[in-house]
Design a protein. Structure first.
Length: 438
């Protein structure tokens, strides 16, 4: 982290929090109870024998426009829509909101390509709509319209399979970390195929991975607590793995570190669950946990394998800050409890060639990457030690991966020696798509 890094990060967080607090974000609170605008209110008028709505204006009957007809659909009608009708309904909503034509077309095309039906649309939050590549403005309008269609109080129910703890845990983990979810494959740790899950509506395919609406588990206290407790036993924090998007977008620094650490630990755990392996004795090539396509980052990570069976640890207390010189165990160490820590994360690895245990140090930076000046003494083992650190250093930055151009000779050489690389975590953090839009 470093003193300079932490101060900058915290001041930016405070400014962002003040700014966003002043802005109304109703689409991020879709589950707040509100009076139904569909259950007890009906526009005066009737439907004639030819079908379209007829309304009375000044005592004279007039036919509603196609757009008005789509906007008048009830929640039950929208729920029954196939993907084509979803597109037409969404187009009408966005036109009413005066969205630009090109953005409307982009949204409609995205919904069609994702195969979004009425039922799935009604259960998606704004964040999940944006994960499906719907832009922020349209997602806000669609979510607000959906909110107005809801009943006064949403029914309390569990999606199919969420009453089975091992299935619920696997679905939430897979949705969080972009786990591969082809229809014929099994859900990790179960005998269920993904095609069964998709057919039942418990989750939805999303770019070769899976999307689980938070409604399925966040709104049910028992399910949410069961998932939290199961993860706690694995030393994985639910809020660290799936933080509130608005909070993460405003605080960024520390929350980003938490998201990275818990996502890596969750990917390792899923790898073991899917193969019925004992996590405590399983070593996995780093590149199987983090399947990057970047050639430089691959070259940096290829020599190592990992066992993160102890999840994520948070050292605390004076003199207990984790460094590359600490004892190497099987937990990713987060220095979140130390405001001026030298390195943010210490990631334990084993060299495949020699069997040597060591740490990869990580500097976490949400947004724009740091240059040589920003990294400063990160290539040293710890504060006050000015010998070159032999360990690999990763700058885990949300927007860049692989090679970084340096004019500074020290950092250029370190990178050429495969002791430094950028890592975005984009391939394992599903929420990153939403965060970039926020």
């Amino acid at each position: 982290m470093g003193v300079e890094t932490t101060k900058g990060r915290r001041s930016r967080g405070v400014r962002s929090r003040i700014l966003l607090t002043a802005i109304s974000w109703p689409f991020l609170h879709r589950y707040i109870s509100s009076p139904s605008l569909t259950g007890g209110f009906h526009r005066p008028g009737w439907k004639d024998s030819r079908g379209p709505q007829v309304t009375r204006r000044g005592g004279v009957a007039s036919r509603a426009s196609p757009q008005q007809d789509w906007l008048a659909k009830s929640r039950k009608e929208v729920e029954a829509f196939g993907k084509d009708k979803v597109s037409k309904w969404a187009e009408a909503v966005l036109k009413e909101g005066k969205v630009r034509d090109e953005l409307i077309q982009q949204t409609v095309t995205t919904l069609q390509q994702q195969g979004v039906t009425g039922r799935s649309l009604l259960e998606l939050t704004p964040e999940e709509l944006m994960t499906c590549s719907v832009r922020l403005g349209p997602a806000k309008l669609l979510a607000e319209k959906i909110r107005l269609l809801q009943e006064v109080e949403l029914p309390r129910f569990s999606a199919p399979y969420f009453n089975q703890p091992e299935v619920a845990l696997a679905l939430v983990l897979c949705s969080a970390v972009r786990w591969p979810a082809e229809g014929h494959q099994l859900v990790p740790g179960t005998s269920l195929r993904w095609s069964d899950i998709f057919r039942a509506g418990a989750a939805f395919p999303n770019n070769k991975s899976v999307l689980v609406p938070r409604l399925w588990w966040c709104e049910d206290t028992n399910i949410k607590e069961a998932i939290r407790n199961d993860l706690k036993e694995l030393n994985i924090d639910l809020e660290g793995l799936l933080p509130d998007s608005l909070q993460l977008a405003t605080e960024r620094g520390e929350k980003w570190e938490e998201l990275v650490a818990n996502s890596l630990a969750a990917r390792f755990r899923l790898h073991c669950i899917a193969r019925n392996l004992s996590a405590e004795v399983t070593w996995v090539p780093f590149l199987e946990i983090y399947p990057t396509e970047d050639p430089h980052l691959r070259a940096v990570l290829e020599p190592f394998e990992v066992c993160w069976s102890d999840g994520v640890e948070y050292p605390s207390g004076q003199g207990n800050e984790a460094t590359v010189m600490s004892d190497v165990g099987k937990a990713i160490k987060s220095n979140r409890n130390f405001a001026t820590a030298h390195h943010d994360l210490l990631i334990p690895v084993r060299c495949k060639a020699t069997g040597k245990l060591e740490f990869i140090a990580a500097q976490c930076c949400y947004g724009e990457k740091k240059d040589a000046g920003g990294l400063k003494l990160q290539d040293k083992a710890k504060k006050g030690n000015f010998e070159d650190m032999q360990n690999v250093l990763l700058q885990i930055c949300s927007e860049s991966e692989g090679w970084q151009s340096f004019t500074n000779k020290t950092w250029a050489r370190r990178q050429e020696e495969k002791k430094y690389s950028l890592m975005s975590c984009e391939t394992i953090i599903a929420q990153l798509d939403v965060l970039k839009l926020l």
